[in-house]
Ligand binder design. Sequence first.
Ligand code: G6P
Length: 637
Amino acid sequence: MCGIVGYIGNKAAKDILLNGLKSLEYRGYDSAGIALLDEGRINVIKSQGKIASLESKINQLQNVTSTSSNKPEKEFNSILQERLVNAINKSNCGIGHTRWATHGKPSDINSHPHLNTAGNIALVHNGIIKNFYEIKRELEEDGVEFISETDTEVVVKFYSKFKDQGLSDIDAFRKVLQRLDGSYAFALINADSQKIILAKNQSPLVIGIGDNENFIASDSATVLEHTEKVIKLKDLQIAELSANDVKLFDLDGNTVKLEVHHMHQVSSVAEKGPYKHFLLKEIHEQPAVISKMLLDAYSVATEPIACFNNLDFKFSQIDKISFVACGSAYHAALVGKYLIELWAKIPVEVNIASEFCSFPVLHGKNNLVIGISQSGETADTIAAIKSAQSAGAKIMAITNKQDSAIFDLAKPNTYVTPAGIEVSVASTKAFTSQVLALYLLAIKAAEDKGLDLIDIKDELHKLPLVIDQVIERADDYHAPFLKYANYRDFLFLSRGVNYPIALEGALKLKELSYIHATGYPSGEMKHGPIAILDQNVPVLSIAIDGASELEHNVYKKTLSNAEEARARMSPSLVIACDSNRDVENIFDEIIRIPNISQFFSPIIATIPLQFLAYYIAEHLGKDVDQPRNLAKSVTVE
Ligand code: G6P
């Protein structure tokens, strides 16, 4: 992950870099730093923690120098600090970085930008260099010393070696890149030249072209704050930016033609409004998102589904569907498998994207591989899609970001969930919109095969009303959930279409509150997890009945498994519908949702679990929107 920014022009670089870093903070927030070029010197300021701590370090520096008039203070203000402050105030060329730690713990030393030994070259990096130890050893044999644990410091010192041999900026960079094995988006400044050098492989990097100024960032939304003219750097391209010029090269040093896209500036700024946290706001946005998706899909049940008209194939041609996804998107895919097999009768497998590439690839042209990704940038999902693509499979993407790598890879077979910007790192509205997209896709697949699903479409149109009702109960959930805030372990159980919701509920609790929680298929509990059960391990079950035999059997067995947990003294909770009386003798805590049948319940059952995680995290004083160690866009494998 990590986010990188850069600016070269005639404005104060510091403000542009800090604002850019704030909009990239979803990519990691272990530390942040900037390097500013001023009077032929590179000045670096960096700080462990979020951008706010970097900003306050910069403010402190400015204040100390500007208010210092007496002698001791003057002494305190070293020459270095004065230079730093000058650079902060005057520099109009710089690079910045917000870090999600891969190599080396979060610390000031491991923060980017990293410098070469002479301190005249600074580099920021998003990605992982797999062969950095090998290069580090070689450099150490030449007497080079390292102060950080990062792969990035190795790269900047490696680059410096080629510069010392007299190579040009671009040729030295080419030499470095030819040797590297791994993923990277790099931005580099060199004290000797008023330029920014960039390169990318697998990690995203875009250039924004302004009037006598140029911008770089890890995502286009950040540069779109300044300009609508955008160049998306391609893998293994190198760019050289000055204030009024952009040059592009391939790894052999050949000039590459610039492809400038005119992109629409969409606001990337989300406000919390009356909510204390983005997560809470995003939970409350779900009814509107779900309504919109359904309205866009079909207005009456007799109409065919309209939201997948861009697909260049019919599901009647597809023999097998494989989903590839990570995190919450993987849980959505598991719901999708259930629905597609139930309604469209097409075999479906679901793969954790990072595992997909670890297995032999067996895909042909009648296999459809669908990547699901909120960000559209998850490295594991990109790698899985690419490997399926090269094995000849048909590719499709479901993503929340139109302008993303996964969207581009799958074009024209794409569906963009209209969840809007999701700021909170833990997914809520993006997840439920993915689940609904898969309901719609299952219906579309069935329609392509000539199957009639009018009743199902009628039923699905009732969802917006029910989701409104469940969100209105938010306050009712508060007190019952807080009773469980001090447990250290949780088990979440369900079966069938709600088994993935048990996984999602456990993931939300873990992500937000750092309480250990595991989701299991109810029936699997007796094969191991039951050993950990006692009065200290609450077990939450999702038990929703339905009219069909399949639904009713699943429901009955879920209750039996909950009884087994209760017999081991576990505090027991259940998500159950209003009219369900069976649960009253079994569970300590009954969390009621409006009546809904099992097949249509995953989205509704998710909502109280989002509140469970939120209320407990908030009660424990955790950082709800930016939980420790996580990042919203995970661009390393
Ligand atoms: C990270 C996020 C999760 C997300 C997962 C997949 O781990 O913290 O919330 O589900 O990535 O992200 P994607 O953007 O591919 O859906």
